[in-house]
Design a protein around this ligand. Structure first.
Ligand code: AMP
Length: 279
């Protein structure tokens, strides 16, 4: 497995692979866990070569977010990726990716108006910016994204389609801990008490799904979640929303034809966690 920190050397290597064959890309911010590995193992299986990028992208973090303290562990990450059969890792410095202040800003018309797009201004611009850069550098035929970041996935799918990137975006299901907590690099911030209460996200999403007959409108589901949060005093709700899983627009009820999808974000102290579930 090759590990590139330098973009120029990576591009020369990529050119050597030529334009034939299937190249799978898995973009990550590192601090890898089994959720990432699911994407990687699938990309290894389904392609001639799998390229994993490890890049904590500064442009998708807000000024008061955790860019500085985001976990970084390149040695452990590359050991895992080598064992998984990855061909190459690109882990560039942010000064190489953004030699100057970026001049282009992506203004998304609809898909980022709610959920994380609304509560993290500028975040989805940063995501689209870095993914388009990575698509240009790696030139993958297939790119693997987790449903854990469902809004990000919908935005990238739409971007690839609308801007005619010759890349097939492959969605991958959420990988959870045995007790239901969605795996996340940020879970390592949690102390044991916070880790226990972090179960609020997966638990309440599941409860809303199980009760969708009585909680048949987004308002009823939200009221239920707010009431249930009394049992999770460390959890501060950022949002709980039920939207169309297709358009990410509000829906009046959870009839199956509307593809109802529940989304939740919450803080445990300074740690912000997200989760989602189709109803
Ligand atoms: P990140 O390193 O957090 O930017 O994540 C890199 C990719 O891994 C994204 O496409 C995420 O959606 C995906 N991912 C992260 N955690 C999980 C998980 N628990 N299950 C499935 N995919 C995940």
């Amino acid at each position: 497995m090759r590990v590139f920190e330098d973009i120029k050397t990576f591009r020369a290597w990529r050119q050597g692979l030529g334009l034939q064959g299937r190249i799978g890309l898995v973009p990550t911010m590192g601090a890898l866990h089994a959720g990432h590995l699911q994407l990687v193992e699938r990309a290894v299986r389904e392609n001639d070569h799998c390229v994993v990028t490890i890049f904590v992208n500064p442009t998708q973090f807000g000024p008061n977010e955790d860019f500085e303290r985001y976990p970084r562990d390149l040695a452990a990450d590359t050991a895992m990726l080598k064992a998984a059969g990855v061909t190459a890792v690109l882990a560039p410095d942010h000064k190489e990716v953004y030699p100057a202040e970026p001049q282009f800003y992506f203004n998304i018309r609809q898909l980022d108006k709610r959920l994380c797009g609304a509560s993290r201004p500028g975040h989805m611009n940063g995501v689209v910016q870095v993914v388009s850069i990575l698509f240009n550098l790696v030139q993958p035929s297939h790119a693997y994204f987790g449903e854990k970041d469902y809004q990000q996935l919908r935005i990238i799918q739409t971007m690839a389609q609308e801007l005619h990137f010759p890349v097939e975006v492959v969605p991958c299901p959420i990988v959870r801990e045995a007790d239901g907590l969605a795996m996340s690099s940020r879970n390592r911030y949690l102390d044991p008490t916070a880790r226990q209460q972090a179960l609020a996200l997966s638990t309440l999403l599941r409860e809303v799904k199980e009760r969708k007959v009585e909680l048949s409108t987004p308002e009823a589901a939200l009221a239920y979640v707010q009431k249930r949060l009394a049992d999770f005093p460390l959890v501060q709700l950022d949002y709980f929303e039920i939207l169309s899983g297709e358009t990410l627009e509000p829906i009046p009820d959870v009839a199956p034809a509307r593809q109802p999808h529940a989304f939740m974000a919450a803080y445990l102290g300074k740690t912000r966690l997200i989760d989602n579930m189709p109803l």
